[in-house]
Design a protein around this ligand. Structure first.
Ligand code: AP5
Length: 234
């Protein structure tokens, strides 16, 4: 199906890179899922990759676990290597949505260097904007499929009572880092380490702020509108 991103990509002659930023619980995963279903793009979610490795018990997953369960960021070198390797794979030669990366200014700089080495750059950075009090409610009520990463919320979009994912049959569970102690730490880490990334993209004239406090469909439409307006002005 044609969409604004496909159109922009064709216009530009090579694939678009879109960065989706936002605090924990802002709806990055929800919007990524909806937009992947609708458009031709590859989503790379660092959180999902770390969790898949954790479930599979790989060395990467075991290393990431100690940081994730405390609500801390996984070290930059490990995360950058992971994303660069993923972007270098053949199926990444299409429009790409980066969900949850970069999350530090160092990661943003390394991404910029890697893309420049391939004659590419980030085309858009979208920041999902929402008040902090709403985030804790969203995170503590979230339930996720362990296999396909589909997302529910106990109040807003309740999962099936048997906690079996209707899409893939996977187990629906609560993430360790969605417990209240880890949530408050994640919000602090976001302010300290990821908010500066939004400012970094703003200075480059790439940032668009999207109101993420409405219903998921409203947020999806706001994202589409932001992208269809073309490159933001400084
Ligand atoms: P990650 O999985 O990326 O977690 P996060 O950024 O904290 O974001 P979340 O997944 O918690 O929230 P979301 O914005 O996707 O919200 P969602 O759509 O699920 O990362 C986890 C960890 O991995 C990090 O803490 C870190 O340790 C590590 N990591 C990942 N990337 C890293 C990096 N680059 N560098 C270093 N470490 C990294 O929505 C939340 C809930 O709200 C759901 O229940 C949903 O149903 C509901 N909801 C969503 N939208 C709406 C809406 N519009 N209205 C009502 N409810 C809604």
């Amino acid at each position: 199906m044609a969409g604004p991103w496909t159109f922009l990509s064709q216009d530009k002659g090579f694939p678009m890179i879109i960065v989706l930023l936002g605090p924990p619980g802002a709806g990055k995963g929800t919007q990524t899922g909806a937009l992947v279903k609708r458009y031709h793009l590859l989503a790379i979610s660092t959180g999902d990759i770390f969790r898949a490795n954790l479930t599979a018990g790989t060395p990467l997953g075991l290393e990431a676990k100690s940081y994730m369960s405390q609500g801390l960021l996984v070290p930059d070198d490990l995360t950058v290597r992971l994303v660069v390797d993923r972007l270098a794979q053949p199926d990444a030669a299409q429009d790409v949505l980066l969900d949850g990366f970069p999350r530090t200014v160092y990661q943003a700089e390394e991404l910029e260097k890697f893309l420049a080495s391939r004659g590419q750059k980030v085309d858009h950075c979208l920041l999902l904007d929402i008040q902090e009090k709403e985030l804790t409610l969203r995170l503590t009520g979230r339930r996720v499929c362990r296999s396909c990463h589909s997302v529910w919320h106990l109040s807003f979009s309740p999962p099936p009572a048997d906690l079996v994912c209707p899409s893939c049959g996977g187990e629906i569970y609560q993430r360790d880092d969605d417990k209240e102690a880890a949530v408050s730490n994640r919000l602090k880490v976001y302010q300290a380490q990821t908010q500066p990334v939004a400012n970094w993209y703003k200075q480059k004239g790439l940032l668009r702020v999207v109101n993420a406090s409405g219903q998921p469909l409203e947020v999806e439409k706001a994202i589409e509108k932001a992208l269809s307006q073309g490159r933001p002005q400084k």
